[in-house]
Structure formats: C-alpha cells, structure tokens
Design a protein around this ligand. Sequence first.
Ligand code: E4P
Length: 216
Amino acid sequence: MKIFADTANVEDIRTACSWGIIDGVTTNPSLVARENRPFEEVVKEICEICPGPVSAEVVSLEAEGMIQEARKVSSWAPNIAVKIPMIKEGIKAISVLSQEGIKTNCTLCFSPNQALLAAKVGATFISPFIGRLDDIGHRGMDLVEQIAQIYDNYDFETEIIVSSVRHPQHVVEAALIGADICTIPFAVLEKMFNHPLTDVGVERFLADWNKAGLSL
Ligand code: E4P
C-alpha cells in the first residue's frame, strides 16, 4: 500500500519523506489555510520535496471554473493531482480534465455510487472519507471494501486513497482490504512506529551490551 502524507506542512512532509516511507501528499483547503502561506508557494514547495503525486484542491463550484483552476494548478508542477469535489459539476470537470491528461483526485466521496461515477469519468484517484463516516456512526471501512469490489469487477484504473484517517487502526484496516493508498496525518504516521515492547527491547539489548563491555 502506498502511503501519502495528509498535510500541507512542509516541515512535517520533509520529516516524513526523510523516513523513506512517503509516496505522495494530499492537501485540502483547510490544511492549506492552516499554513498561513500563499497556496501556490506551498504547493510548489511540497512538489519539490515529494516527487510523488501531490493533491491540491480547486475551490470553484462550477465545472468551467474548476477546469480553469485545474489547468492553472496542474501547470505548477508535473506531479500535481487536482482535487475536485464529488458533485455533478465536479464529475463534469473530471471528465474534461481526464481527456486532457490532467491527474485528478475526486474528493469528499461518501458512497459507492459516487466512487463509481468518478471512475466512469476517469478520475486518477478517489478519496473516500473514512473518519468523517465513522464520526456519524457509519462504518467508513465498509465503503472502502465496496469501492474496491466495484473497481475490481470492472477493472477500473482509478486508485483508492483511504482518506480522513484518524488513528493507526484505520491504516491497518486499509491495508487488510488492499487499498491502493492510505493518506495519513503526520501525528498518525508517528504513532505507527510505536510499540512499548520495541522500546523495552531496545533498552534491554543496549543495557546487556553495555554491561558486558562490548563494542562495535
Ligand atoms: C485528504 O485527502 C482529505 O482531505 C483529508 O484526509 C480529510 O481529513 P479530515 O476528515 O480529517 O478533515
């Protein structure tokens, strides 16, 4: 499973990339707004740090506006995937952008039918929002399972990005389902490394080594 960093913070992206585990980055308007920097500047810097796909979202709600914004944003770097919301106008825009060879990430997906429509118009990625479904008492991962099954049935090439991840268990479930990608907030990425038995083990090995006066 590919791992994307779900953040617009360049320091966090740099750190996560230095671990060698990051295949791409996703941002959204809320994440970019948190950085207090111009959109174009942040996106370009992220694209330089990470050679994989970097999602940057349009804000227009009409197809024509989305298409214009997408052409502009995608010209900033070759690895940009333009994020387009899962609304009628968004699907219309993705259909045009796919034909132009512009990578798209259909965002705010909450149902298998929405994912089917996005795949039909050639979206590069679909982003089901798992955590937000869990928040309202649904089982977000059921949606990922259904999308995976539908895409498999018809050999759709659209890749599933498990999004709105809240904790490490979401990542495990995404990987067990066989999702193509999981986009993970920095705080969750850090938690994935941790296990108390690892810490105890490292401490004990070192203590025994030092007690015996060994050296390397
Ligand atoms: C990523 O593509 C999404 O925008 C992000 O995962 C949404 O996460 P949230 O539901 O925690 O805002």
